[in-house]
Design a protein around this ligand. Structure first.
Ligand code: ADP
Ligand code: MG
Length: 373
């Protein structure tokens, strides 16, 4: 178990906003940053001391990243496992490659969740058209067909309500093995970000209540409007998962809460999570600083919530109104990711809005008009 000290270099695979916010937290603590991304001047590249510009599957590029880095981490899950395995053997990758292997595939991920004694919604593996027919009989409808690998923001998913939807669902099979899940008529979506350090210390951040629009996270509300008992349960489920998987770093745990108070784990992210962005201004330690602490062998920081807070995502279509609203940002912290191209539905940044209680913050959001259609 190594301690990585300020002045040393952290290499990040992936140049997106999560890497950028990791890099900013690390630079505050005195680290240097190297990044591997196919695009020059990526959101992380703008912050980094060194950029390796190459595709993610390019082993030579990974070697170059390893040469300049004292430790390697990643900011997204769809990394080539071969490249990661090489880094595990030849560089210092305290998170290992197992966590990525598990969370890259919805089937392995569900096995790991069940192994930790948490619940997942009923599911059935679908490789062929015959499997799909059988799966809809066993799981029933409504249900959701998802590709096992590569999905995000609702991409790679088809909702099945009737026979016509089955036809559309069939086209998903072209993209590889799938999984059919029962559609859960949940009460709320909640999430917990948990960290586990190389020394085995675990800490969970307060539960976030999440609102999605068109399968994209739009809003995280903290404290979540759920009972204390459910909060405690959700946080221990996340900590159990981190311990059961023996993971190192950050795990975002998405959950469904039913009307009966049952919690099902929806999916896992082996990295800082969008629903944890509120921690940047809401908690004593941000999820990004905590990630750096966890991998560099520091004690984990306090995850205490300082004030009620609501995080709102800023997509491409919200950019203009966001800039117009800056004069009203007395209690808002704006985080923009430095993406050059403003695209519809593209995550450009987020706004953390603080206040006395979540009700008054939600009222404030309505006066900002950024998210009105
Ligand atoms: P991703 O976030 O990778 O696109 P998810 O599996 O988290 O994929 O699905 C995206 C969203 O779709 C969820 O946050 C939830 O709102 C909805 N959803 C996914 N699976 C189910 C399900 N089995 N029952 C009900 N809603 C679901
Ligand atoms: Mg999700």
């Amino acid at each position: 178990m190594k301690t990585i000290l300020p002045g040393q270099t952290i290499g990040i695979i992936g140049g997106g906003q999560l890497g950028r916010m990791m890099a900013i937290a690390a630079k505050e603590m005195g680290y240097k940053i190297a990044v591997l991304d196919p695009t020059k001047n990526s959101p992380t590249g703008q912050i980094a001391d060194m950029e390796v510009v190459a595709p993610f599957h390019d082993l030579d590029a990974a070697k170059r990243l390893a040469e300049t880095s004292d430790i390697i981490t990643y900011e997204f899950e769809n990394i080539d496992v071969g490249v990661l395995a090489w880094l595990e053997d030849h560089a210092y990758l305290p998170q290992g490659s197992e966590l990525i292997r598990t969370t890259q595939d919805r089937a392995y991920e569900k096995e790991a969740i069940e192994k930790s004694n948490a619940k997942v919604v009923p599911y059935y593996l679908v490789n062929t058209l015959e499997d799909l027919t059988k799966a809809t009989q066993i799981i029933g409808i409504p249900s959701v067909l998802k590709t096992r690998r590569g999905g995000y923001d609702g991409k790679g998913q088809v909702m099945i309500r009737d026979e016509a939807d089955v036809k559309e669902a069939k086209t998903l099979l072209k993209y590889g093995p799938c999984i059919l899940e029962k559609f859960l008529d949940f009460e709320q979506e909640i999430s917990v970000v948990v960290n586990r350090s190389v020394a085995g210390e675990t800490k969970a951040f307060p539960v976030a209540e999440n609102i999605h629009v068109d399968h994209i996270l739009m809003q995280s509300i903290v404290p979540a409007r759920i009972s204390e008992n459910i909060k405690t349960q959700a946080e221990s489920l996340a900590i159990n998962l981190a311990e059961s998987m023996q993971m190192v770093g950050t795990l975002g745990v998405e959950m469904f809460l039913t009307r009966d108070g049952d919690i099902f784990i929806n999916e896992l992210a082996p990295r800082p999570h969008n629903s944890g962005h509120y921690t940047m201004n809401g908690c004593n330690t941000s999820q990004f600083e905590q990630h750096i602490r966890a991998i560099c062998n520091w004690p984990l920081g306090s995850t205490k919530l300082i004030d009620p807070i609501v995080m709102m995502n800023i997509l491409g279509e919200h950019m203009e109104k966001t800039i117009e609203a800056i004069p009203q940002f007395d209690s808002c912290k704006l985080h923009l990711y430095g993406k050059d191209e403003v695209k519809h539905k593209r995550k450009m940044g987020h706004l953390n809005i603080l206040g006395e209680d979540v009700e008054s913050i939600i009222e404030k959001i309505n006066t900002l008009t950024i998210w009105l259609p």
